[in-house]
Design a protein around this ligand. Sequence first.
Ligand SMILES: *Cc1c(COP(=O)(O)O)cnc(C)c1O
Length: 223
Amino acid sequence: MSIADKLNTIKSELPSHVKLIAVSKTHPVEAIMEAYNAGHRLFGENKVQELVSKYEQMPKDIEWHLIGHLQTNKVKYIAPFVSLIHSVDSLKLLKTINKEAAKNNRVIDCLLQVHIAQEETKFGLSTQELHDILKSPELDQLNNIRICGLMGMATFTDNIQQVRNEFRNLKNIFDEVKNANFQTESFFKEISMGMSGDYRIAIEEGSTMVRIGSNIFGHRIYS
Ligand SMILES: *Cc1c(COP(=O)(O)O)cnc(C)c1O
């Protein structure tokens, strides 16, 4: 199947409230153009340098999402154009994003990444750290960022029940945070969870954004 066919097959099975982030990391601009020409406008990258390079080469009506770990010293490179940062995992990073967004006269939408997997290697906030950020008085001063929801990655395992439990946990955390901190903020509505191997489970458990790479673009070759 072509990239366009694979993209359209996945899109046809997604409920209308679920957005598809086509994860194009490691794939060349030509591959992304195929998805673009099939009508897709929402792409995700996990590295700042690659994101910037693709942004520069590609049409300007694309919404670019950063889905990978972000270092504070690199925020300035993406602040002029990034649509959503999925991977915010500290107050310090939020403050830096706020500062760089202000320099660009914009508000940058962010998700807080929560550690839901059993693996220790995956980035993200513990629930305690999440609550500490949300109750920090400094947060109110950050007028150039908007926290739109939460992101999480499940454990890489064949154990479907475990994956389901981890997604369900993230949905429960989302509901708690929504009630406690964002009850009247209609923009706090996103739960970014689900990848090629587990997006159907993620949708059943309440995902609003799935991040799918290999099922669209094929296997990644890291050089
Ligand atoms: C690479 C990546 C994805 C997509 O993974 P696939 O298994 O290829 O769909 C999703 N989310 C994050 C954070 C990633 O780094």
